[in-house]
Design a binder for this molecule. Structure first.
Ligand code: 5GP
Ligand code: ZN
Length: 117
């Protein structure tokens, strides 16, 4: 196991070393409840492959990034929040990214302000 994946919080969640509340899983992605929800629905969708963020993604990751978003859309459908939700990728420390394993935030279930802060 590389240094990046052994210490990565979300890789540890994927390995079951840290508990999480699973929402959805398939061969490519895993989704779980955010520990500090900012809305009635706040789910994190992560690829099962480690990469640190959109700024380190390559063309080879395009399908996985798409699959994270499609999983978020499916969860939104299941939760009946399709009249308004948001998928968010924080990229880099100044955006608020604090976990450096790419993740899509699915946020919804309340009215969302625009623009985000
Ligand atoms: P970021 O700030 O990197 O875009 O998002 C990281 C998210 O991970 C935050 O919303 C934070 O609440 C969530 N988070 C941090 N640690 C844990 C954890 O141990 N379990 C879960 N379920 N979520 C976490
Ligand atoms: Zn990771």
């Amino acid at each position: 196991m590389s240094d990046a994946t052994s210490s990565c919080l979300f890789c540890r969640i994927l390995r079951g070393e840290i508990p999480s509340r699973k929402v959805y899983e398939d061969d490519y992605v895993y989704a779980f409840e955010d520990i500090d929800p900012k809305a009635p629905t706040h789910v994190l969708v992560i690829p099962k492959k480690h990469f640190s963020g959109l700024n380190h993604a390559t063309g080879q990751d395009a399908e996985l990034i798409g699959r994270c978003h499609l999983a978020a859309a499916e969860i939104a459908r299941q939760r009946d929040i399709e009249k308004g939700y948001r998928t968010v990728l924080n990229v880099g420390p100044e955006s608020g990214q604090s976990v450096f394993h790419l993740h899509v935030h699915l946020i919804g279930g309340r009215k969302l302000a625009w623009p985000p802060g």
